[in-house]
Design a protein around this ligand. Structure first.
Ligand SMILES: C[S@@+](CC[C@H](N)C(=O)[O-])C[C@H]1O[C@@H](n2cnc3c(N)ncnc32)[C@H](O)[C@@H]1O
Length: 386
């Protein structure tokens, strides 16, 4: 079936694409039936003078289709922000105001919340909304499989009058009104209170992560395998932790290089704002003396990185985009790593043995070596040809 890029809905017809627009696995639509359901409900229920806040709009379908409203879009994802901008331009629509996931959520008339994979992130967002202490209406949307009793109990904790819609095309809405205690002063807790801490006993490090960070309540075993099998670094190398999450690879590099007195500079890159801020927090806590040698960038892979100036890239690439299995992000990471590395410099990739990355790495780098391997994971070492 050809890819459907035209959303027909209560407010009109829109061309919508995932980001990046011409990605290889283009067989995927830029919106789903949960987006359609919430767009229809909000367009038919609220007058256009209302101010709406949209949380977790994945590729900007909701912000685009509800463009008659004054919109704020709250997202943790640089890719979602870029998709929303791309689809706004495609349909000649003014961008919403963007807000990142750690900022207080502006209090407006209606909140539209798209459910994501992370229950912790939902809890974090509702907690943050509750801090405004205003009885604002929430309309959440998701797949029927996401609307579990656990999710409903989280809504009931923060909202009154919680109920759901009938299911339509396997999606459902959740309605509620945020609880308010009637006082005018909002209680805002410090951002650091939103970190969840886990221990990394082998390294003697405590790692904090905000709610939407990959592996937020545990350490990823693939990442750990690479952290335990790092290459040896030499002084003054420029190293990148690509797709840094909580920053565990960079933390392991700093542990090794500070012990051997090999000062390096280190860049942490992730498309998730919460990931970048978690990595920043972890370096400041654990290696305060090395903090000035580090920088922290929210980017779609290495789009902002200058060419040919990096010595080593460490990468535990994602193989999902939200609920969808995809290789396009890993491939973009490899392709942009090749551009970013100096001639003769190295990319180390850790991946599950069943993932088909060898052929891509061979094609892009002309070959690779297996740096380490166990039953589940391999670490591939690729060198950029001089
Ligand atoms: C498998 S996790 C690895 C996290 C961490 N390095 C570890 O080893 O535990 C992949 C990371 O890539 C990030 N990511 C996903 N898409 C990205 C993109 N387009 N650009 C940059 N980072 C991305 C995710 O947010 C996630 O933190």
């Amino acid at each position: 079936m050809p890819l459907n890029t035209t959303l027909q809905c209560a407010t009109g017809e829109y061309s919508l694409f995932r980001y990046p627009k011409n990605q290889h696995d283009a067989a995927l639509q830029a919106w789903d039936s949960a987006d359609e359901l919430v767009i229809e409900y909000v367009a038919n229920t609220y007058p256009a003078e209302k101010y709406i806040t949209i949380l977790n709009d994945q590729f900007g379908a909701i912000a685009t289709a509800l463009n008659q409203f004054n919109r704020v879009s709250v997202t943790d994802s640089r890719v979602s922000e870029l998709a929303t901008i791309q689809n706004g331009a495609e349909n000649k629509i003014v961008d919403p105001i963007f807000c990142n996931s750690l900022e207080p959520i502006p209090s407006r008339d209606v909140v539209i919340l798209k459910l994501t994979k992370s229950v912790a992130y939902l809890q974090d967002q509702l907690q943050l909304l509750a801090q405004n202490n205003k009885a604002v209406e929430i309309v959440a949307c998701g797949k029927t499989t996401q609307v579990t009793s656990k999710i409903m109990s989280i809504f009931e904790k923060y909202c009154d009058n919680v109920k759901t819609s009938l299911a339509k095309k396997k999606s459902r809405l959740i309605f509620g009104t945020l609880k308010s205690n009637g006082t005018s002063e909002p209680e805002i807790s410090p951002v650091e209170d939103r970190l969840n801490y886990i221990e990394w006993p082998e390294q003697g490090i405590q790692i904090g992560a905000y709610a939407n960070v990959f592996s937020h309540d545990g350490l990823d075993i693939g990442g750990r395998f690479l952290a335990e099998n790092l290459p040896t670094f030499t002084s003054d190398q420029k190293v990148v932790d690509l797709g840094c999450g909580n920053g565990l690879l960079g933390l392991a590099v700093l542990k090794q290089t500070t012990q051997s007195e090999t000062p390096i500079s280190l860049r942490f890159v992730d498309e998730s704002y919460m990931a970048v801020e978690s990595a920043k927090h972890n370096i400041a806590q654990t290696f305060p003396d090395e903090f000035s040698r580090c920088d922290f960038i929210q980017d779609d892979c290495l789009t902002k990185q200058k060419a040919e100036c990096v010595d080593v890239i460490l990468c535990n690439p994602p193989f999902h985009q939200q609920n969808t299995l995809t290789e396009h992000i890993a491939k973009q990471m490899f392709r942009q790593s090749l551009l970013a590395l100096k001639p003769g410099a190295s990319l180390y990739v850790v991946a599950n043995n069943h993932l088909p990355y060898q052929s891509y790495l061979k094609k892009m780098f002309g070959g690779f070596k297996v740096h380490a391997q166990n039953k589940k994971f391999s670490i591939y070492h690729c060198i950029k040809r001089a």
